[in-house]
Design a protein around this ligand. Structure first.
Ligand code: B12
Length: 216
């Protein structure tokens, strides 16, 4: 069975141990890199999301699958990426999180993991992050980029609030603010005065490189 099919099976059946073991053994035998596994997992989650939207599965199924993926990324893939990265100099620092009122984590975690595996230092603040917390953290670590995820029409407004918070503190020019998440768009990014928008994790890496003038 192709690896994508196996991953899909474990995610759909909530087999967390199975997925972790598959990722562990695949990495050990060098059959795939952590970034390649993350890419497949992202595709599988898109598939699961679509099934939910088409009412083929229900909310508890979705929560179960999302938890299996989150725990595998946290415990196996992120540490593997960090190990590969060693102590090399980073290309830049990014603070990323999901905005206030929004618990969706998977897309934002994927973006963070992809940025990390491409040489950036990533500070993942988690979900339901307030505007002041984003700005405080960016100031604390000396970040260049702030990444804001929103998956809900209801929480999109909080992306704008982070920009307002930067304005209030006279810090707007110090940071590149990027946004993403399914209800957002390049038009919305422009409307709220963000510096960029990306549709997926791969595009996010390209966007950050472009904004920071990294050539590769
Ligand atoms: C999984 C999921 C959940 C899980 C989340 C688990 C978790 N730990 O994340 C659970 C079950 C908890 C959940 C809860 C809810 N959900 Co929900 N959920 C989804 C679902 C099916 C998939 C999201 C996902 O993980 N996609 C896979 C990832 C890989 O894709 P992604 O998130 O889009 O991220 C990519 C890009 O958007 C981009 N990106 C994302 N973030 C960022 C950030 C930056 C900076 C950049 C550059 C790019 C970027 O790159 C990512 C990687 O490729 C979507 C439907 C869908 N198909 O999107 C609904 C969906 C987002 N949920 C929805 C709703 C309504 C809810 C609830 C309100 C349901 C309820 N009635 O309780 C609650 C919200 C609670 C809250 N306060 O947040 C709606 C939102 C509608 C809207 N526009 O407002 C959706 C669209 C489903 C629907 N069609 O109705 N949900």
């Amino acid at each position: 069975m192709a690896i994508e099919e196996k991953i899909k099976e474990f995610v759909v059946e909530w087999d967390e141990e199975g997925l972790k073991e598959l990722c562990r053994s695949t990495l050990e035998s060098n059959e795939a890199t952590p970034a390649e596994l993350l890419k497949i997992i992202g595709k599988v989650m898109q598939f699961v999301g679509k099934q939910f939207e088409e009412e083929e599965i229900f909310l508890p199924d979705l929560v179960g699958s999302a938890n299996v993926v989150k725990n595998t990324i946290d415990e196996i893939l992120d540490p593997a990426i960090k190990k590969l990265g060693g102590s090399k100099e980073t290309l830049g620092k990014i603070v990323i999180g999901t905005v206030e009122g929004d618990v969706h984590s998977i897309g934002k975690d994927l973006v963070g993991s992809f940025l990390f595996s491409n040489g950036f230092e990533v500070f993942n603040l988690g979900e339901e992050v307030s505007a002041s917390r984003f700005v405080d953290k960016a100031e604390e670590v000396g970040a260049q980029v702030i990444g804001l995820s929103s998956l809900l029409t209801m929480s999109m407004g909080f992306q704008r609030e982070v920009i307002t918070e930067l304005d209030k503190r006279n810090l707007r020019d110090k940071y590149k603010v990027i946004i993403g998440g399914s209800p957002t768009s390049i038009e919305y990014a422009n409307e709220i005065g963000a510096d960029g928008w990306a549709d997926d994790a791969i595009e996010s890496v390209k966007l950050v490189k472009k904004l920071l003038g990294v050539n590769n």
